[in-house]
Design a protein around this ligand. Structure first.
Ligand code: ADP
Length: 432
């Protein structure tokens, strides 16, 4: 620009029109800039990376820089496009139904199996709220609480006999991924297993009752039996009783597995029930004389089934009595908690090693099989506790330290709780 200005000055001075020449030179310079700017604009408008406009000076290096930037960004865009296409192909090839949900749980994309399993229609369902298409109440409740770690099981809206395991997970901002898998076969096998256990238990009940009856009358008149037989008959009666307890617990578990949610149920007076179980626990403790205390909210009740709750509370309390040495302490607590209510049994017993804790609620899992049998345990108590808690939409937490004791906590959601109106204690104003 300085060179152009100097040249114009020199020419203007020679001709005698300095200002005019200077003005013309500046105008020419401006036109050159505008020309290059319009070339740049035309070049940028082209989607493809065509050859760069040739220029020199400041525009030459600007063109070079912009070309390199564009080249880099186009390369990145192509790579992303390739990745996206590969992802869509992969998601489309998944054998499970996969649905991408956008903000407000509207359907953004889904694969072929989603059409078959969830009955989604390509022409109408994109952009629809997923809750309008999958209307099963269990799914609606799951969606409302934002999914969860555990999948749910619902029948397919296309075919009631097909059972789906549906899982909803969050990703990115306000986005969720829904997957559904056909588990009909697994479900049938599980039902067969339950049916088999229930049938066998049922069939065993009558012969066991008969055997137990005869053995009972034999032990009543044990002195009439030959000496060698007396101990055998007592042992036979003990083992028959154990079998009867196992059969009763298995039938109880089967009944819970087959039944739906406890629903409204009856109102269970938990504080009174706990006081009765506390009395039984004191009897069970006998000469061991453990200190068994109860701290229960007198107004806090549950809507549910008496037998289930009695079994839950007594299993945990009687376990504490059985696994706490003589003179130990057992504290039972029934109180409101942040999300609902908490039932706790804390003992100063032998404790449980950490690696056993995750397996304790499995059927027949016992740390010391011999000791459990000796105390008349079936190995099904904690499996029953877990099942009852599942039915009440609650959960069981176990904390323990070897040698220090254990804490079993059951958390009940607010929906299954109810309150009793207690007669108000007369306060100062009421006393006349
Ligand atoms: P069981 O009939 O054998 O008591 P459970 O299912 O009730 O069966 O308990 C499973 C196992 O958990 C028991 O065998 C025992 O080893 C352990 N357990 C349960 N409660 C306690 C406790 N309060 N303290 C120590 N161990 C316990």
């Amino acid at each position: 620009m300085i060179l152009v200005a100097l040249l114009a000055l020199l020419l203007g001075w020679v001709v005698g029109h300095v200002l005019l020449f200077l003005l013309l030179a500046m105008l020419g310079y401006l036109v050159w800039h505008l020309y290059n700017l319009s070339r740049l604009q035309r070049w940028l408008r082209r989607a493809e990376l065509s050859s760069l406009p040739v220029s020199s000076g400041i525009w030459g290096s600007a063109f070079d820089g912009i070309y390199r930037l564009r080249e880099g960004s186009l390369r990145r865009r192509k790579r992303l496009n390739r990745l996206l296409k590969r992802f869509y192909k992969l998601a489309a090839a998944l054998p499970d139904a996969t649905v991408m949900l956008g903000e407000y749980d509207t359907i953004e994309w889904y694969n072929k199996p989603a059409q078959k399993l969830l009955g989604l229609q390509p022409s109408t369902d994109v952009g629809q709220h997923i809750g309008n298409l999958l209307r099963h109440p269990v799914f609606r409740a799951y969606l409302d609480k934002g999914g969860g770690d555990e999948p749910i099981e619902i029948p397919s809206p296309e075919d009631e006999t097909v059972i789906l395991s549906v899982h909803l997970v969050s990703y990115g901002k306000n986005r969720r991924l829904l997957t559904a898998r056909d588990i009909t076969r697994l479900h049938q096998l599980e039902q067969m297993r339950r049916g088999f256990v229930a049938d066998v238990s049922h069939e065993l009940r009558t012969p066991l009752t008969v055997i137990s009856g005869y053995l009972e009358s034999m032990t009543d008149s044990a002195e009439e039996l030959p000496r060698d037989w007396q101990r055998s008959v007592v042992l036979m009666e003990q083992q028959t009783q154990r079998m009867q307890h196992i059969v009763t617990d298995l039938l109880f578990l089967a009944r819970m597995e087959n039944g739906g949610q406890p629903g409204g149920g009856e109102v269970i007076d938990v504080p009174t029930l706990l006081a009765v179980i506390q009395e039984d626990a004191i009897m069970l403790s006998g000469d061991n004389e453990q200190r068994i205390s109860l701290d229960a909210d007198p107004a806090l009740l549950i809507k549910g089934e008496y037998e289930e709750l009695r079994s839950l509370f007594s299993n945990l309390i009687f376990n504490a009595v059985q696994y706490t040495p003589a003179g130990g302490e057992i504290r039972i607590c029934w109180r409101r908690s942040e999300q609902g209510a908490r039932f706790e049994v804390k003992d100063s017993g032998q404790g449980i090693a950490a690696h056993h804790i995750p397996r304790l609620t499995e059927r027949f899992y016992r740390i010391d099989v011999g000791r459990s049998r000796e105390k008349g345990g079936t190995g099904l108590g904690l499996a029953i506790v877990k099942h009852v808690m599942n039915r009440y939409q609650g959960y069981l937490e176990i904390g323990s330290e070897v040698g220090k004791g254990s804490l079993f906590s059951c958390y009940f959601p607010a929906e299954v709780l109810t309150s009793r109106l207690l007669p108000r204690n007369p306060d100062c104003a009421d006393v006349t």
